[in-house]
Ligand binder design. Structure first.
Ligand code: C2E
Ligand code: MG
Ligand code: MG
Ligand code: MG
Length: 285
């Protein structure tokens, strides 16, 4: 009886695994098409200051799958990283974000800089800086308008190498931010050495910042750390006015989250900025 049950369980598991595996294999093949074809889109989410001005826009990739509909980057970025497809995908994202940033600048929208997420594989490729220079040159976006979001993992893997690349980026005028800060295990000693412009406090600490003392302690600690190290600080995933007020009261100067704005397609974003120009004192060039 037990054996029978065991076998049934095994069969169920195996069917589930097969399905999960074949979904991944299909997605892999489809991703190839998506990158070459016209299925990827960028949405842009504003990061704001307490005075209501836009500090920057974060480019977030979306996949409009012809059969499966919209697929979240949380589901396909890991696959793209496994297969190496993140390299062409990342190039596409960077180029498109630079092109759109130029459109916004030419329309006179004061949007600060354009932030692009980078995967470890992109950052650690030997020709990474050359690829970036080429994209900036071809699109014509002044490097000061580009910001790269890196994770703690990227920077801690090979800190010596990372530091050199960060110095080169700074030399070019490109800005950098550490994304999802607090979820990795940064060595504060190395952090001090790294020429990074901004720290983004991970959403997981912001969520309960007004009700959980430990999360509040982490947020306040990171805000102080950033200030002492001469870096800017942004809280991710701000969804309520209470979170916003609390963080601002404790010295946070940058905010990103649904409370302010969701990620939007370029044309939606333009309308949103224009509609909010009065109430939120959007500064126009
Ligand atoms: P991330 O870089 O930390 O981006 C912020 C994520 O939080 C986005 O999810 C954004 O839509 C979401 N978000 C913003 N405000 C709020 C809020 O108030 N509440 C909640 N619950 N969520 C909020 P999204 O767009 O699904 O992206 C997920 C992750 O996928 C990103 O996290 C980033 O790690 C990765 N990703 C997205 N686009 C790219 C890309 O072009 N390249 C790479 N390498 N990774 C990307
Ligand atoms: Mg990010
Ligand atoms: Mg983040
Ligand atoms: Mg995050």
């Amino acid at each position: 009886k037990a054996k029978q049950q065991g076998r049934d369980t095994y069969e169920i598991y195996s069917a589930d695994l097969d399905e999960a595996l074949s979904t991944r294999v299909t997605l892999r093949n489809d991703l190839q098409e998506a990158i070459k074809g016209d299925q990827l889109r960028l949405h842009y989410q504003p990061l704001v200051n307490a005075d209501g001005s836009i500090v920057s826009l974060e480019a977030l990739v979306r996949w409009q799958h012809p059969q499966k509909g919209s697929i979240s980057p949380a589901d396909f970025i890991p696959i793209a990283e496994e297969t190496g497809q993140i390299v062409p995908l990342g190039k596409w994202v960077t180029r498109k974000a630079c092109e759109d940033a130029l459109i916004l600048i030419e329309r006179g929208l004061r949007m600060g800089c354009m932030a692009v997420n980078l995967s470890p594989m992109q950052f650690h490729r030997p020709n990474f800086l050359n690829v970036l220079r080429q994209i900036l040159e071809e699109t014509g976006l002044p490097p000061e308008y580009l910001e790269l979001e890196l994770t703690e993992g990227i920077l801690m893997k090979d800190t010596g190498g990372a530091k050199n690349i960060l110095n080169d980026l700074r030399g070019m005028g490109v800005k950098t931010a550490i994304d999802d800060f607090g979820t990795g295990f940064s060595s504060f000693g190395y952090l001090r050495e790294l020429p990074v412009d901004k720290i983004k406090i991970d959403r997981s600490f912001v969520e309960d910042v007004t009700s959980c003392e430990k999360d509040a302690a982490v947020c306040k600690g990171v805000i102080t750390l950033a200030r002492e190290l001469g870096m800017r600080v942004v809280a991710e995933g701000v969804e309520t006015e209470e979170q916003y007020r609390y963080l601002a009261k404790h010295g946070c100067t940058g905010f990103q989250g649904y409370y302010f704005a969701k990620p939007m397609a370029l044309d939606e974003l333009i309308v949103w900025v224009e509609e909010n120009a009065g109430g939120l004192r959007w500064q126009r060039l």
